[in-house]
Design a protein around this ligand. Structure first.
Ligand code: ADP
Ligand code: MG
Length: 564
């Protein structure tokens, strides 16, 4: 070894350390994710370097990460046989925060209005290695760079300085030793020496790391001595990172069940890779059945975000819009900070691009199903049609694609639904609007007096019975140049195509009812705005019609149910 040298942390590093230690992160568990991810990077680097540099004498036969627990010493170690660091690299990489813009960012953090604002700023860069100080009051790092002989020991309590010295006989790679603070539930400090705790953190955050993460676990005892056995804690199977041609359907299904907690096979699998400026892999599933809570306020979106196989978050709302909340899966971005916050993600240009692409992919997959497998599509629509229609309100960029997917009941066929395209193809000569009527049930709509004239004259009317239908038909401007016209609202003129006598007949009728209408309007003035003679009805005597701008009774009911 060599004499111990004590060095001061760079001012900015010290400030950041203080922020980390004084809990900017409520979730302390992530320290292990950070250390494992560093080890994984180090293993990647060693493999790459040994491929490029044939002179590098490095053992790459068994790249791995080992977690070690010493209950008496209260230490947790993370060891890898990766690339390691030279002394100069340790000073550079660990002793300073070399990332550009750190100083400015720290300034903004200090000026942040509240803890939440500070936290979201912090999310812009990873605190990485320093997160170890959230759970440890002393951290030691032993490391030797591949291709060098001298090892380095770095130690710090995370206050103002660190000590560094040379040590002999270190294997190539890095060991980080955490001297754990006492477990304290209130501080969010779990017992990080407990097997189950370590196991569960690895499962949650690092399951798909491509290198084995091993730990000695106790397997009973023999003659009073505990018998331990090395166990690999992570599955390493990141299906999304493998080429599609190498993944079997059974593997996809198995993976889907694991992430969705659904027992049935998915209806559709979307596996894609983007290698552009912002590289990512995405593996998405459209389930075959809707979860029971699809319409509850608490439903979460089903897409998880990973960064280079490290789990970052569930329910990533920045990746899929609300109306695709039933889609399950994983997006693995290759170049994002591990600590990126939800808020930053929402505004990230690249992430928005990913989201646009995922939406297109999902809608195209559904469209393909509609044209290629009608039966499966009908099932899908039955399960998720109502949610997809929310997209017509939420996502105006995809109005056309969504309208194309719609299946609706119609007076044309009592047994079968129709698409809008089919409706338009059947439209009568001279008909320019798509007629619809909303109501609570198909029977209620069919028996509505509004329907009479339309059925009598052979016009097809869409029967819309989902509450959401009320909203989108009002917002969507048109389909294929045809506006949506409620047959219960405003003036619908069906007389334009009737015979020559119509006008004459109309004036005669108006004369007949000249006395009745004002009387009706006066008597019912608390309930109606006007009483009009109508050509809507054939057998009923009268019906109530809404103004073009009025809410329909269904919508009124819906708003009332929502407490508005
Ligand atoms: P980041 O991983 O985002 O670069 P970290 O604070 O986690 O930030 O790590 C800083 C740097 O220290 C890493 O980029 C890497 O060069 C080096 N480093 C950390 N851990 C290891 C390790 N186990 N093996 C080799 N190098 C490491
Ligand atoms: Mg890191």
């Amino acid at each position: 070894g060599s004499p111990v040298e004590t060095l001061e942390f760079q001012a900015e590093t010290r400030q950041l350390l203080q922020l980390v230690i004084h809990s900017i992160y409520s979730n302390k568990d992530i320290f292990l994710r950070e250390l494992i991810s560093n080890s994984s990077d180090a293993l990647d680097k060693l493999r790459l370097e040994s491929l490029v540099d044939s002179d590098l004498e490095a053992d790459t036969s068994d790249p791995h990460i080992v977690l070690g627990v010493d209950r008496d010493a209260r230490t947790l170690t993370v060891t890898d046989n990766g690339i390691g660091m030279t002394r100069a690299e340790v000073v550079d990489l660990i002793g300073t925060i070399a990332k550009s813009g750190t100083a400015g960012l720290l300034e903004r953090i200090k000026q942040a209005k509240d803890a939440e604002a500070a936290q979201s700023l912090i999310g812009q860069f990873g605190v990485g290695f320093y997160s170890a100080f959230m759970v440890a009051d002393k951290v030691s790092l032993r490391t030797r760079r591949a291709g060098t002989t001298e090892g380095t020991l770095w130690e710090s309590d995370g206050e103002g300085s660190y000590e560094i010295s040379s040590v002999d006989d270190l294997p190539v790679g890095t060991t980080v030793t955490l001297h754990l603070k006492p477990a304290d539930g209130e501080d969010g400090l779990a017992d990080y020496l407990a097997d189950w705790k370590i196991r569960s953190i690895v499962k949650q955050y690092s399951d798909f790391i491509r290198w084995p993460i091993r730990m000695a676990v106790e397997r009973g005892e023999s003659d009073g001595v505990a018998v331990t056995e090395m166990e690999t804690l992570n599955s390493m199977k990141a299906l999304w990172a493998r080429p599609r041609s190498e993944v079997t359907e059974a593997e996809y299904h198995e993976f889907y069940k694991q992430i969705s907690h659904d027992w049935t096979d998915p209806a559709e699998i979307i596996h894609m890779r983007s290698e552009g400026t912002f590289a990512y892999d995405a593996l998405l599933f459209i389930p075959s059945a809707a979860p029971f809570d699809l319409f509850s306020q608490q439903t979460k979106r089903g897409v998880q975000l990973y960064v280079k196989r490290v789990f970052i978050m569930d329910d990533c709302e920045a990746l899929v819009p609300n109306y695709l909340r039933f889609v399950k899966g994983v997006v693995d971005a290759h170049d994002l900070s591990l600590n990126i916050s939800r808020e930053i993600l929402q505004h990230d240009r690249h992430i928005r691009g990913v989201r646009r692409r995922l939406v297109k992919k999902v809608l195209t997959a559904i469209k393909d199903m509609q044209t290629g497998n009608a039966e499966q599509y009908a099932k899908l629509w039955d399960q998720f049609g109502r949610v997809l229609k929310e997209g017509l309100i939420e996502d105006t960029d995809n109005t056309e694609a969504l309208l194309d997917l719609i299946s609706a009941d119609s007076t044309h066929d009592a047994e079968k639904t129709t698409t809008l395209r089919e409706y338009v193809e059947r439209m009568k000569d001279g008909q320019d609007a798509i007629y619809y009527l909303t109501g609570a049930t198909r029977a209620a709509v069919e028996n509505s007096p509004h329907m009479e004239a339309f059925t009598a004259k052979g016009y097809e009317v869409l029967i819309l019975t989902d509450p959401v239908d009320e909203v989108w038909v009002d917002q969507v401007p048109d389909f294929d140049g045809h506006r949506f016209q409620s047959i219960a609202k405003g003036q619908v003129d069906l007389d334009s195509d009737s015979d020559e006598n119509a006008d004459e007949e109309k004036s005669k009728r108006e004369a007949d009812f000249a006395a009745l209408l004002p009387w009706l309007a006066g008597t019912l003035s608390d309930h109606v705005k006007a009483a009009r003679l109508s050509s809507r009805l054939t057998t009923s005597a009268a019906c109530v019609v809404g103004d073009a701008q009025d809410m329909t009774p269904m919508l009124e009911k819906m708003y009332r149910a929502m407490g508005q």
